[in-house]
Ligand binder design. Structure first.
Ligand code: 4AD
Ligand code: MG
Length: 465
């Protein structure tokens, strides 16, 4: 008999027909009951809810019934009936039970409920079987799908940018080297440096920190593109918002100025939040009830309010006038810290904020210089509880001005000559931004640590599973 997914048994039981026999497969969440009746809560990951299996212990082998413990994997054939108890519309009266895999209650780490997030991180190989992670992983999938749908529906093209690259797009120097050289026997140049001409690619390369520079090449040919892939940053910051391997979505659009860019960012993020509200309510409701009582309210608030748009200089004034004592003192020119961003979003405006026109010194070389010569057409989207969720800008399309920034920042021309050529041949105004996928997931799951919204987090000293 063909397997029925639990989501279908629960949501579409009318289509299946009450009284019909179905076959379901999944993992035992709980077993309870007495000598006369046993209730098994079965979950197969298709939905957060469990399917209740009702079994008469007298009809089954005693040894088999003993093997049915939390975590065991079962195949159950039985009749789909209206539930006698409350809490569920339907249940399955078991006719046959097969145990695919047992889970020794003495050692199974998820035997009990209510583990801390910290403990679950230590059992990253099993945590997808918890309700929390089921919700997070289904939402993660839904958001990835919605991202592709959003751009596809609007005529953007998905561009695959390389993961191995020689350019440090963000200029922060936080890259992981990629090499096949033997670290115990490195070839050296006459000056005593590592001779990367002997390496696999004939030069020193790293894992990418951003697909933007290559994305711009696509935008200046196809009009509008987006990238969506893993990015890598070797920043040694052990915070709840940083990963060494995270996923980023980077749209890049020819002929868009900074205002178009802000409009796109706001529309995009609202679309994604609304998509989750429309399609993932079971998971959101679970997370809202169990973890973050304001999750759904916060999501609805964001989709129904305009984001504040504000210049960096005005933001500094607000922070200075706030009377609040920050750990990191405020003055014009500083790179805003998370405490500053959160003050603006959570205390002052109580809304998402798009900050623009940052001092050029604290932003990347490719951002378009404003007429004041001091600030650039950058934009950061700041979100409640998260801080920066998007970073982007209008790009410098003037060859001479871009070249000047490259020289000021001592960026080796041999690494970016191809990027510079786009400003030499058919240059065009263009803009784009990067959305941190896990930061978005923090927002739509209510989780507070970024390690809990990616299946296999990579952070300093941690790459076990
Ligand atoms: O602000 P960032 O560094 O911008 C760029 O990389 C640009 N090239 C984007 C562009 O204009 N195409 O990073 C973009 C976003 C941040 O706003 C943040 O959400 C996320 O990526 N991000 C991280 N997420 C998790 N862990 C980290 N270590 C992150 N660093 C950045
Ligand atoms: Mg940034």
């Amino acid at each position: 008999m063909k397997r029925t997914k639990i989501i279908d048994a629960i949501k579409h039981y009318e289509a299946i027909g009450l009284g019909n026999t179905i076959s379901v497969k999944g993992w035992v969440r709980t077993k309870r009951g007495n000598n006369a009746i046993t209730f098994i809560a079965l979950n197969d990951g298709s939905i957060v809810h469990n399917l209740q299996i009702v079994a008469d212990p007298a009809k089954f082998d005693e040894e088999l019934m003993k093997q049915i413990t939390t975590g065991a994997c079962l195949h159950v054939t039985g009749t789909l009936v209206e539930s006698q108890g409350k809490g569920q519309a339907v249940e399955v009266v078991a006719q046959e039970i097969e145990v695919y895999g047992t889970a020794d209650p003495e050692t199974y780490p998820l035997q009990k409920k209510g583990h801390s997030m910290e403990f679950l991180r230590e059992i990253g190989h099993l945590r997808p079987r918890t309700n929390y992670f089921g919700c997070v992983l289904r939402l993660r999938h839904a958001m990835a799908f919605a991202i592709h749908k959003y751009f596809n529906d609007r005529g953007f093209f998905y561009l695959h940018t390389p993961l191995i690259t020689a350019s440090d797009a963000e200029g922060a120097g936080e890259m992981f080297s990629v090499s096949t050289l033997d670290p115990n026997n490195l070839p050296k140049t006459p000056e005593g440096k590592v001779d990367y001409t002997k390496d696999f690619f004939g030069k020193h390369v790293s894992l990418t920190v951003s697909g933007q520079l290559e994305g711009e090449l696509g935008a200046l040919a196809l009009g509008g593109i987006y990238t969506f892939g893993p990015t890598f940053r070797a920043e040694n910051s052990n915070t709840p918002r940083h990963l060494a391997e995270f996923w980023m979505i980077e749209p890049e659009v020819a002929f868009n100025d900074i205002t178009d860019n802000m409009d796109l960012a706001e529309d995009f993020i609202k679309y994604l939040v609304q998509y989750a509200l429309d399609n993932n309510m079971d998971d959101l409701q679970f997370l809202n009830d169990m973890f973050d009582k304001e999750l759904i309210e916060r999501m609805k608030f964001v989709v129904s309010h305009d984001f504040v748009r504000l210049g960096y200089t005005e933001a500094i004034d607000i922070l200075l006038k706030s009377g609040k004592k920050f750990d990191f003192p405020v003055k014009w020119g500083i790179d805003l810290q998370s405490e500053h961003e959160r003050y603006l979003v959570e205390n002052h405006f109580q809304k998402p904020v798009i900050l623009t026109d940052y001092p050029k010194e604290i932003k990347a070389f490719y951002m378009k210089l404003n007429d004041d010569g001091k600030t650039v057409r950058a934009m950061d989207v700041l979100f409640p509880k998260i801080g920066e969720i998007i970073g982007g800008s209008e790009r410098e399309e003037n060859y001479d001005k871009l070249m000047q920034r490259v020289q000021e920042l001592h960026i080796p021309e041999k690494d970016v000559w191809w990027y510079l050529e786009t400003r030499k041949y058919g240059s065009a105004p263009h803009s784009g931004f990067g959305l941190g996928f896990e930061r978005l997931l923090l927002f739509v799951t209510g989780m507070t640590n970024i390690r809990d919204v990616i299946p296999f987090p990579r952070t300093p000293q941690n790459a076990e599973f």
